[in-house]
Structure formats: C-alpha cells, structure tokens
Design a protein around this ligand. Structure first.
Ligand code: FES
Length: 270
C-alpha cells in the first residue's frame, strides 16, 4: 500500500547504488516509492547531513520504487551529495512543483548536462504514439551521458548528441542544431531543461516559429515551498509556480536568460 507521509517532513533514505555517468557526474539511487513516481519537472529537496539541502530533479530507475539523483560535483553542496557512498543516508522532502504538459504528436526534447534528468522522466510519461527527438548538448565526448538510458526508455527515440568541440555527434552548440532542425521539420511541442542560455535561445526560436514550448528553470532554492523568495524570477517563484513555464510566459520575463540571484538575493548577470 502507498505510504502516507507529509511531503514537508524529510523522509530518510539510504543510497542503494552509485553509477558514474561521466568523470564529474554520478547518479545515486535510493528506494522511495513516492519520489519514484514524481511527474517530469517536479523536484525534491535533498538534505545531505552536515552539508546542506539542495533542490534536485528526480532521475528514473529501471527498478520499481527506486529513484535517483544525478549530480555534478561543482560547489560544496553538490560535491557533498556526489561523494556519498552506498549505505549513506539522505533526507528527502517533496515532491514539489508543476510538470511538463506533454502534447500529442512529434515532440522535441533539448537538454544539456543534468538538465537531461527531467527529460528522461518525460520520455517515460510520453504516450507510445509520441515521436520523440532528443537533442543532447555537452562540451565534449567525455561529458555525454544518458544516451543509452534514453534508448532503453523508448527504443524509437531519435537521439542527436551535440558536442561543442565536435568530438562526438554534431559539432557546435545544441541550439545551432536546433535552428537547422526547425528549418526542415515541424514539431507539436518542444521541451527544454539545462543551461539557461540554451533554454533562452530554444524558447525564442520556438516562439518565433509558433511552436508550443516549455522550459524547466533552475534557481537558488532554500525552502522549496514558496516562503523564502530565493527562487524568484520576476513575479514567479520557481519552486511554487514552476519549475516548468510556458514559452509565451517566459517571453515576457525581464530575468529569464539574463539574470539569476545569488545566495543573498542579489541579481547577477547570467
Ligand atoms: S525556494 Fe523559497 S520561495 Fe522558492
């Protein structure tokens, strides 16, 4: 039976396995029935004992009742999560936030880095009639991950890896490849998650073509539940009103693609 629990109360989970995706990115898997079923775009707040609490997208797992957090070691908090070994415990609040509105027909997913996590989940929520193309952007071949995972999730997904140095797949920025794709194809919807400038350009291109587009935004999050204001973008709170926003809404934003907030709330150019 589904357990009843307060999503705002940290649920303690034990790391069951760790998979290295690249030299700096790994996925930590744990058993949590509630979190394993989150919608694509939703997130959890993850408490790393003695370190900090971080907002994380939830990675799909092949195992029932299991979920993962895919983390790149960067700052103190993400490195604290990255370094956790099998058997260590974390506290999980959530799930929080809204989710992608998956349209019928031909859909295009554009992701970079750990921004691919909610797109992998989107693939599992898509209908069997969706034709999916996945554009995966990274700097170089060593940083390409989830290609095999995407194939396992849906065999007929068309995957286009793009590397900035041309060491694997298409050469250049993922948005350059997107521009070419949009010249030759039409799509019923576009979904993106990853570096903000990539999402900004994706949303702009899709809006210009009149294609429905949604982006999952990332911001500094302290509370995750709409109280602290650390995640605001214009009048929106990413934790409460997002993480997913429509392209038409983002087109009116003065901050999306231009500014983010530091820990102390100061606006800083992206
Ligand atoms: S993280 Fe506190 S309001 Fe969004």
């Amino acid at each position: 039976m589904e357990e009843q629990r307060d999503p705002n109360h940290p649920h303690i989970c034990t790391i069951q396995s760790v998979v290295d995706e690249t030299p700096t990115v790994r996925t930590l898997y744990f058993n949590d029935d509630l979190i394993s079923k989150v919608l694509p775009g939703q997130f959890a707040m993850v408490w790393i004992p003695g370190v900090n609490e971080l907002p994380m997208s939830v990675m799909v797992s092949e195992k029932d009742g299991q979920a993962g957090f895919t983390v790149r070691k960067r700052g103190i908090s993400s490195t604290g999560l990255y370094n956790l070994e099998v058997g260590k415990q974390i506290g999980i609040r959530g799930p929080y936030g809204n989710s992608f509105d998956i349209k019928d027909g031909k859909i295009l997913l554009i992701g970079g880095g750990t921004g691919l996590v909610p797109l992998m989940r989107l693939i599992t929520f898509a209908s069997s009639s969706n034709q999916i193309t996945l554009l995966m952007g990274s700097k170089t071949k060593d940083e390409v991950f989830f290609e095999e995972t995407a194939k396992k999730l849906k065999q007929d997904v068309t995957i286009i890896p793009v590397t900035e140095d041309g060491s694997y797949g298409e050469n250049g920025y993922v948005t350059d490849v997107l521009e070419k794709l949009l010249e030759q194809n039409t799509y019923d919807a576009i979904y993106t998650c990853g570096p903000e400038l990539m999402m900004y350009k994706t949303v702009k291109l899709a809006n210009e073509k009149g294609i429905f587009v949604q982006a999952s935004l990332e911001r500094m999050m302290k509370c995750g539940v709409g109280i602290c204001g650390s995640c605001c973008v214009d009048q929106d709170l990413v934790c409460r009103d997002g993480t997913v926003f429509d392209g038409q809404h983002l087109a009116k934003s003065s901050e999306f693609g231009h500014f983010e907030r530091t820990k102390s709330g100061i606006l800083e150019k992206i």
